[in-house]
Design a protein around this ligand. Structure first.
Ligand code: DSN
Length: 421
């Protein structure tokens, strides 16, 4: 990107932007919730629309001058509905957490109960972790994996808990669970206890949009919340979808604005529209399927090296490896070590981890960003081999610098693309 004006005006920020451009170009991004957006998405995000206030929705705004903002938001909504084959979309939430918060306030009354996945078993902070303020307002009960080595969820127990606790929302979705869920079972349980069935698809939105993963809507889920910047490869932001265009959609609109947010970030909504347009292209489906193949290739290498993976492997874009249990390497140490060789990933708690969240037993990594770079299974497997070697030979400085050089060469061979058209 050209930072011509920042360079002249603000050396501090210019230096940071240049540094980040270099870091992204010369290293491999394996954080499964990150990706590289196209230049078109970045242009929309950095556009003139950042100047505009647009409280309200297309055709119903509180300020004048909305000819082009209405155009942008309408396109974003229409494309989102097409992408996820549904009748309603709200594109104004600023992120996935905000989308979940809006969804709770739209569907629940204070004191109501939500049944969601436990954080250490793959769920998300906003699914009811006690550190969030959400737990001061709503009541959260949790389900877990029955067996962390297969990822199996005990749906019979979930039904029992649901009957006992009477949740108003059964919440599926995760940020660190490498398997597909049994959507039909979630819907059955929700219907039996009269709850809404909601899925937070933040991580796998791109896989669903690219038809590489099943869509919860096809099984009767009522609502899906999402981010737009992970596998979906758009700008940072949130998205709320409902299967039917009914009262739920209206409630969600009112909850997002004026309930929780002020003026929507129209530059960001334009960037979402551009990304949705990209995801509607046939090439996106190929990309989404390749993400999964690449993750499977990486998992195979970890398996062959006897490194324990939670759920035994992966069926989506991410892998959660128990590096403390397998290599006596703490998650923080592994993260720092791999960062040194040009591989960015994150430390992560594993199911019922006995270590602390800032130095847990696991690492979490995935393939959305390297697949955007054009990596196939062969390159992905090679990255996994380099990761394993680095972790096993962590004190061999010569080996570590050879790995750093190999990663640098791979990055040069597979530069971050500017467009996906
Ligand atoms: N921070 C996101 C992730 O990395 O999965 C979830 O909020």
């Amino acid at each position: 990107m050209d930072y011509e004006h920042i360079k002249k005006q603000d050396k501090d920020i210019y230096e940071a932007l240049e540094g980040e451009e270099r870091r992204e170009a010369e290293g491999l991004e394996l954080i499964p919730s990150e990706n590289y957006v196209s230049k078109a998405v970045r242009e929309a995000n950095g556009s003139v629309l950042t100047n505009k206030y647009s409280e309200g929705y297309p055709g119903k705004r509180y300020y004048g001058g909305q000819t082009y903002t209405d155009m942008v938001e309408t396109v974003a909504i229409d494309r989102a509905k097409k992408l996820f084959n549904c009748k309603y979309a709200n594109v104004q939430t600023l992120g996935g957490a905000n989308a979940n918060i809006a969804m709770y306030f739209a569907l629940l009354e204070p004191g109501d109960t939500v049944l969601g996945m436990d954080l250490s078993h793959g769920g998300h902070l906003t699914h009811g972790h006690p550190v969030t303020y959400l737990t001061k307002i709503f009541r959260f009960v949790r389900y877990k994996m029955k067996d962390a080595d297969t990822g199996e969820i005990d749906y019979d127990e979930m039904l029992e808990v649901a009957k006992r606790e009477k949740p108003k929302i059964i919440l599926a979705g995760y940020s660190a669970y490498p398997r597909e869920l049994d959507y039909a079972k979630f819907v059955d349980i929700a219907r039996e206890v009269g709850a809404y069935c909601v899925m937070d698809i933040a991580h796998i939105a791109g896989l669903i949009a690219g038809k590489a993963a099943k869509s919860p809507f096809d099984y009767g889920f009522d609502v899906m919340t999402s981010t737009t910047h992970k596998t979906l490869r758009g700008p940072r932001g949130g998205l709320i979808l409902t299967r039917e265009s009914d009262d739920i959609g209206k409630k969600i609109d009112k909850t997002v604005f004026p309930g929780l947010q002020g003026g929507p970030h129209m530059n960001n909504i334009a960037a979402k529209a551009v990304a949705f347009g990209e995801a509607l292209q046939p090439s996106f489906s190929k990309y989404a399927k390749q993400i999964i193949k690449n993750a499977a290739a990486m998992a195979e290498v970890f398996k062959n090296n006897d490194i324990r993976m939670l759920t035994g492997g992966t069926s989506n874009h991410l892998i959660l490896a128990d590096v403390f249990g397998s290599l006596s390497l703490g998650g923080q140490e592994a993260e720092t070590l791999l960062d040194r060789v040009g591989i960015t990933l994150n430390k992560n708690s594993i199911a019922d981890d006995t270590r602390k969240p800032m130095d847990p037993s696991g690492i979490r990594f995935g393939t959305p960003a390297i697949t955007t770079r054009g990596f196939g299974e062969k390159e992905s497997a090679r990255v996994a081999e380099l990761m394993v070697t680095a972790m096993k030979d962590k004190d061999d400085e010569k080996k570590l610098s050879a790995i750093r050089e190999e990663i640098r060469a791979m990055c040069k061979k597979f530069p971050i693309p500017e467009s996906f058209a």
